[in-house]
Design a protein around this ligand. Structure first.
Ligand code: PEP
Length: 244
């Protein structure tokens, strides 16, 4: 995986009409994007199939799901499975975002089960790891994210293709502040060491925008960016894709 991966999760935003319009605009802009960039978009489950349908079959934009259950089917009200998101057009499954870890009780064990379910169906897991502010203040960030990473990929075969997003909790969302390249270097090195036997690509996420993107991409070991708010409008996403 040598490309620079640049993607956005829309979290719980966008109507179907908004999602379709974004995807149409992205498809129109795609031919002029840098050839070495691998774009991806992670809509809410309600818009997954519509976004995929708006992209031409030949599009290199990959579509992902924000989460998926570890079972293939069954009495799990409110959940969607990996086969279901694959059927809707997903090629990636985001797993273990800090909002899910914090607000929905996502444990390391569930994350590991979801990684295995994703791989069982030949989709690529995008596992989010990142330390809370208190861990950073104590200087424990590299060990913390290494442990999260090892737990997520426990039992995964050597050479398996995976994505990991380093997303420090203190850098994400409203009130977050972007990490500096110095903040990012050691945790990313720790993630890379923890995935040394895998075909892993490590992204940075947390308050990325068009201005800080180039410096964050220059950090050794960073192979892409995972963007929230700054990429929710198409112009913002295109700006970051173009500077990557
Ligand atoms: C995120 O929540 O994963 C994220 C990267 O958000 P933002 O870019 O808005 O900080």
């Amino acid at each position: 995986m040598t490309s620079t991966w640049v993607g956005t999760s829309w979290k719980m935003t966008k109507t179907l009409a908004e999602a379709r319009a974004f995807a149409r605009g992205l498809a129109a802009a795609e031919p002029a994007l840098p050839a070495e960039v691998q774009p991806f978009v992670i809509p809410p489950a309600t818009a997954l199939a519509a976004v995929r349908a708006e992209l031409p079959a030949s599009s290199r934009v990959l579509v992902g799901a924000q989460d998926a259950h570890w079972e293939d089917a069954g009495p799990w009200t409110g959940e969607v499975s990996v086969p279901q998101v694959a059927d809707a057009g997903a090629r990636l499954v985001e797993i273990g975002h800090s909002e899910r870890r914090e607000a929905f009780g996502e444990t390391d064990e569930r994350i590991r089960l979801k990684v295995h379910a994703t791989l069982r169906h030949s989709l690529v897991p995008l596992v989010c790891v990142g330390e809370p502010a208190a861990v950073r203040a104590a200087g424990g960030q590299a060990a913390y994210v290494a442990a999260q990473t090892r737990a997520a990929f426990d039992g995964v075969a050597a050479g398996t293709r995976v994505l990991v997003a380093y997303e420090p909790v203190w850098a994400i969302g409203e009130g977050g502040r972007p990490a500096t390249p110095d903040d990012v270097e050691a945790p990313v090195a720790a993630i890379r060491a923890a995935t040394a036997d895998l075909d892993a690509h490590v992204l940075y996420g947390g308050s990325v925008d068009g201005e800080n993107a180039p410096a964050l991409l220059d950090v050794p070991g960073v192979g892409g960016l995972f963007v929230g708010r700054a990429a929710w409008d198409l112009a913002g996403f295109l700006t970051i894709l173009r500077v990557a």
